[in-house]
Design a protein around this ligand. Structure first.
Ligand code: HEM
Length: 183
């Protein structure tokens, strides 16, 4: 996984869960005295898994809930970190979801074929409903839900997210029906 995601995880822990000391404790639990994560460097997925597992134990919160909350933090951050990909300044959540698949994650893969970013596609069913398809060997559907919620907070939109099938139940991909409920 690109270091940018771990970099956001660090900021998330510092901002929402007790500052530098908590992050330092997480790092030490992974066997490091000191560790820097560089945004465009590639790190083994086990690094982020270990950090999230330790955070989940420390917070006494299930891993999917930690991942979803982290996703809600990371969504708007991804948007501003990669602002060059976001040409249309009037975008809202559904537009970001639509552009993230073909124009962002696939571009990452094209420029660096060793990367395995998630496969994300979507179809709008109506003005307020979009169906999101997510596939990744990392099976991070709670992060998808969190990113959607986090973008919603940024754009003042609220969503009901109904996951109709999930890789954690053996499906080949996760499918989520996202309904915008209020602006
Ligand atoms: C401006 C918008 C976005 C940008 C710039 C962006 C960029 C990225 C980058 C750089 C990664 C790391 C990929 C890697 O290490 O190979 C990533 C991972 C991820 N992104 Fe996005 N993303 C965006 C929007 C979204 C949206 C809207 C969703 C879902 C609704 C999403 C879901 C994910 C997930 C779940 C991962 C974790 C990796 C995995 O599941 O395999 N992203 N994204």
């Amino acid at each position: 996984m690109y270091g940018v995601i771990i970099h956001f995880l660090r900021e998330y822990v510092i901002e929402r869960h007790g500052g530098e000391a908590t992050w330092q404790a997480l790092i030490e639990a992974q066997g490091y005295k000191y560790k820097l994560y560089f945004p465009v460097q590639d790190y083994p997925d086990e690094e982020i898994v270990g950090l999230v597992e330790t955070a989940s134990k420390a917070l006494k919160t299930p891993i999917p809930d930690v991942l979803e909350d982290f996703g809600s933090y990371a969504g708007p951050k991804l948007l501003s970190f990669y602002h060059m990909y976001v040409k249309n300044k009037d975008m809202k959540t559904f537009d970001v979801i639509e552009t993230a698949g073909a124009n962002i994650h696939d571009v990452i893969h094209k420029h660096n074929p060793n990367r395995k970013p998630p496969r994300l596609s979507s179809q709008r069913e109506s003005e307020n409903v979009i169906v999101v398809h997510y596939q990744s060997h990392r099976k991070l559907c709670p992060v998808v839900r969190g990113i959607i919620r986090g973008l919603g907070e940024k754009f003042n939109e609220r969503f009901d997210i109904n996951e109709t099938q999930c890789m954690h139940d053996g499906a080949e991909k996760c499918i989520m029906r996202v309904t915008r409920s209020a602006s």
